[in-house]
Design a protein around this ligand. Sequence first.
Ligand SMILES: [Zn+2]
Length: 330
Amino acid sequence: MKLAIKEAWKYQLLTYPNPAVGATVVQNNQVLSVEAHKVSGSSHAEVLALKEAFLIKYPSSDLKNINDSKEIHEYLSQNHNGFFQDCEIYVTLEPCNHIGKTPACAMLLESIKIQKVYIGTIDPNENASGGYERLKNAKIDVEVDICKNDTDKLLYPFFKYQSGHFNFFKIAMREDKSITGGYITTQDSLNLVHNIRTKIDLMVIGGNTVRTDRPTLDSRFSILKKSSDILIYSSKNNFDKTIPLFKVPNRKVTISSSLDLIKNKHFVMIEGGYNLLSELINKIDYMMIFISHKIKSEKINSTKFIGFKKEYSYYLNEYDEVVFLKKIND
Ligand SMILES: [Zn+2]
């Protein structure tokens, strides 16, 4: 389960409007595959993990050329040859039971007769839940609440935006907490941020940052290249319209001293520095901090965000650490 959780965090916020989910397939105490859901509309974590596991046993199977989720379901249902009867799967979230953009994972697990399913968190979403019952009714051994504390953490942003609104503050800093003076993190972090920007409904940025940095705030390093609408949070309207962010096509830019626009959006990313952070701290659900460890600093442990606690962190590469913080008591 820990491997599944670790894999799923790599796609946190990228799976919107779906949750971040990971899955691990094990046979005779040997890990065969670890996969995560990567983007909405594509295969769920369980499907990818089952496919990888099957390909370890049958590397030349036609399955290697099949990427469509529905086709993977069909292939595995018809050609499993009892392979999964001594396999166990660990899934961070209850396998889905509804047929949406992809067929239900619980039905696939039933048809391939998997030996056992370990579930982290039971899905409270009524449209997708029921997977546990389906597996139980099919006489498949199921255990729930495995590492639940950690699988719940993975789902917090999803539950927030399911309830209508989720926002997060993104900031990049060095070990010594400095945030000025050009690019801080490596290209890997920029790529991740640009991919997340294609998923959000609105980006909020402070007026001073726009004036000083003259940013573009587009998604040129992403796969989709879709640029989000922007709210420039400023009491003054006098912006130089040659600043690149105003020139990005298919984007609406609003300048306002009010944050009312945020309330109507499901998924909002606030990008900025310490001034904007301290001004908006009471309105923030979550934080995503990119810390560059390229230059070592003695001050590393002094990084504190009052009112927030660390949920998870991982290294994107040798230098860049991605840290997720959640508001305490939420
Ligand atoms: Zn599913």
